[in-house]
Design a protein around this ligand. Structure first.
Ligand SMILES: Nc1nc2c(c(=O)[nH]1)N[C@H]1C(S)=C(S)[C@@H](COP(=O)(O)OP(=O)(O)OC[C@H]3O[C@@H](n4cnc5c(N)ncnc54)[C@H](O)[C@@H]3O)O[C@H]1N2
Ligand code: MOO
Length: 639
């Protein structure tokens, strides 16, 4: 299986203004995904939307090639003949070798479908080791044209990469002969190194902005349940059990007294005077307590003690009085006989064998969280260990030269205390994660980031980092993940506020799949992303059947007057009261919920979900005169 990487650039001013309108980019990604099979796996590294601007397109192509080194870049749009169509010109500025045959094939084959192909000007060529292909802008056109050239793509890439073995195999397959030294495909077996514009920076994120729901789906496709292990009951609190448990023994295992009092053998004649002779005692856990009783005899008994087989009722001490005393104490008491002051019935205050748990009764369903009651129950029926989903090892690491440990005194040299580390490690403790690893702090240089990531990957199944995922030239996480750890970045930008640069990647280290959450550095963004994505993922891995936060309807305590283009997750404190039929959500620090301001998360118990301003009409802002705000959905984080 060969992994080949590709990126997609949509060239369209309209889509640049409103990326949701880009359908061609996603169609190309889908086409390539569908082409993955057991010999080639197409890995989508990045997508971006740029306006019809020659410099912009050129810079994007240069930076994508230089930073991500994809095998292939597909552009869609801007290949026509209107003044705005500049993709071919921009591409020509980038490529160092043109492949006219590919462009001619696309035009020739398209002509059989539409005469419009006459005015399409795609350019295909090579920059460094990346093959760049211009495709038309329409969904149908771009997919059709890609399909025309797809049959030679793999071979072209092998040639560009100078993969001699693969090239030879293709040739022999094509020509029905053994390996040839020379061939006629026009490929150059010596790879071409073009100039790298080191000084230039990508001015737009190459990562498409995807929705929170899509992000969640992607994560859940990648996150596998943990292996099942057998664990001693004493270590199983909050684990999810994977087996159904049926009682192998009854509880109580003997007839037991429900009260402190007397175990009696009742007179069969109800009219008999209710005086009972005390002939011994049965203590809880005591031995030799099966004293034979005749009618009118009893033993002193305590709650939970085994009843003599011949006892047929228990009378609580409150319903008796001493009738006669011994001169001295026997077994701690000097009572000789008692009178019962109440009407008794057979079997009263006796727990029969199996009254609480019958033999073969289901005591625990599968996939249940093991809380105190469940563990007590399992102990009751004699289990010492149980099969549960294991927990992942989770590492938390910070990035940034500005960070100093929390026990450092204040300085005036641009340093701040690392609050994210303690915040996220505590959040994991709250989730009852047992194996939390302090993954250290990476400086803003390649070597430090690589070393920190390497050790976190070795120690943990899930890695949570904060910082270094946005657009700064010191934001190294994504490129290092791709280049040094061959990670797949599943997404690198989200339609949410806060938390836009939240990144999710997977990679394989020592034969094991690792999940990487690159949370933004801003503390509130990090915490909101942790709540939204990391908690459900970890719960899912640990076997929770309902890993997602409950979604409830709340009424805001004050009206929202502005909305952001990104759906926003505002921090609220949910107040439940009998006065209102709907919980009231008080916005925490309503005047300033900026993502660096952790005060806006203080005591927060919910994330109220404000819609994007593009998804509502003006009626959203019409609230009642009662001073309260809109009714909206809210994720319940805790009570
Ligand atoms: N040109 C652009 N700049 C930024 C964008 C953008 O789209 N274009 N996005 C902004 C958004 S939104 C966020 S959120 C931040 C996230 O940036 P990073 O994840 O790369 O994080 P850093 O730049 O490393 O740090 C951001 C901020 O957080 C502080 N920080 C970092 N780590 C910690 C920590 N462990 N404890 C406390 N505080 C921490 C750091 O000092 C910075 O102030 O990017 C925007 N920029
Ligand atoms: O998305 Mo950022 O997280 O707004 O500050």
């Amino acid at each position: 299986m060969t992994d080949l990487t590709f990126a997609v650039v949509t060239v369209s001013t309209t889509c640049y203004d409103d990326p949701i309108r880009d359908h061609s980019g996603p169609a190309l990604i889908k086409y390539m995904a569908d082409k993955s099979n057991n010999t080639v796996q197409w890995i989508h590294l990045a997508s971006t939307v740029v306006p019809d601007n020659q410099t912009h397109v050129k810079e994007t192509l240069l930076k994508l090639s230089a930073e991500l080194h994809p095998h292939l870049i597909l552009t869609t749009g801007g290949t026509g003949i209107s003044p705005d169509d500049v993709t071919p010109e921009a591409t020509r500025e980038v490529i160092t070798r043109e492949i006219p045959g590919m462009s001619q094939t696309m035009v020739a084959k398209s002509l059989a479908i539409t005469p419009m192909a006459m005015i399409s000007r795609p350019v295909c060529g090579i920059y460094q080791k990346t093959l760049i292909i211009n495709l038309p802008g329409s969904v149908k056109g771009c997919v059709e044209c890609l399909d025309f050239v797809y049959p030679i793509l793999r071979h072209a890439i092998d040639l560009i990469q100078n993969k001699r073995a693969e090239v030879a195999i293709t040739h022999s397959a094509m020509q029905g002969k053994t390996t040839r030294k020379h061939h006629s495909c026009g490929g150059d077996h010596h790879h071409h190194v073009g100039p790298v514009n080191k000084g230039e920076r990508l001015r737009q994120s190459p990562y498409p902005m995807i929705s929170v729901d899509d992000a969640m789906k992607i994560i859940f496709e990648q996150a596998n349940k943990m292996p099942i292990i057998d664990k001693p009951l004493t270590e199983c609190l909050n684990y999810i059990c994977t087996e159904e448990v049926v009682a192998k023994e009854p509880f109580p295992p003997f007839r037991a007294s429900v009260k402190d009092g007397y175990a009696v053998h009742l007179y069969s004649d109800q009219s008999h005077e209710q005086i009972y002779e005390i002939i011994g005692r049965s203590d809880a856990g005591g031995e030799n307590n099966n004293i034979p009783l005749n009618e009118g005899q009893c033993v002193v008994i305590n709650t939970g003690a085994k009843l003599p087989d011949s006892a047929n009722a228990v009378i609580q001490i409150e319903d008796t009085q001493v009738h006669e005393y011994h001169a001295t104490k026997i077994n701690g008491l000097n009572e000789k006989s008692i009178r019962i002051n109440t009407v008794c019935s057979i079997n009263q205050d006796i727990r029969d064998i199996g009254d609480d748990v019958q033999i073969n009764e289901l005591v625990l369903e599968k996939n249940v969280s093991l809380g105190p009651a469940e563990l007590g129950l399992l102990a009751t029926v004699g289990l010492q260990s149980i099969r549960v989903y294991d927990q992942p090892h989770v590492a938390v690491l910070s990035t940034g030269n500005e960070l100093m440990p929390i026990d450092e005194p204040s300085t005036n040299n641009g340093k701040i205390r690392d609050s994210n580390k303690i915040m996220l490690m505590s959040a994991l403790k709250n989730l009852n994660i047992q194996n939390i690893i302090d993954g250290g702090t990476a400086k803003d240089d390649e070597i430090s980031v690589i070393q920190t990531l390497q050790s976190a990957f070795e120690l943990a199944d899930v890695i949570i980092s904060t910082g270094g995922v946005s657009m700064g030239d010191k934001d190294l996480i994504k490129s290092i993940l791709i280049e040094k750890f061959h990670a797949t970045i599943h997404f690198g930008r989200l339609q949410m506020k806060p938390g836009k640069p939240t990144t999710f990647a997977t990679c394989e280290i020592n034969g094991k799949k690792k999940l990487f959450f690159g949370l933004p550095g801003n503390p509130v963004s990090a915490l909101v992303s942790y709540w939204l994505f990391v908690i459900p993922t970890l719960k899912h891995m640990m076997g929770h059947i309902q890993p997602h936060h409950p979604r409830i309807r709340v009424q805001l305590n004050q009206p929202i007057e502005y909305l952001d283009p990104r759906p926003e997750y505002i921090r609220v404190i949910i107040e439940w009261s009998t006065k209102s039929s709907i919980p009231i959500a008080s916005i925490v620090s309503p005047d300033n919920q900026c993502s660096s301001r952790l005060l806006s998360a203080r005591r927060c118990t919910g994330l109220a979900c404000l819609p994007s301003k593009n998804d509502v009409d003006s009626s959203f802002f019409n609230t009642n005169q009662d001073g309260l705000g809109q009714q909206i959905d809210c994720l319940l984080l805790s009570l």
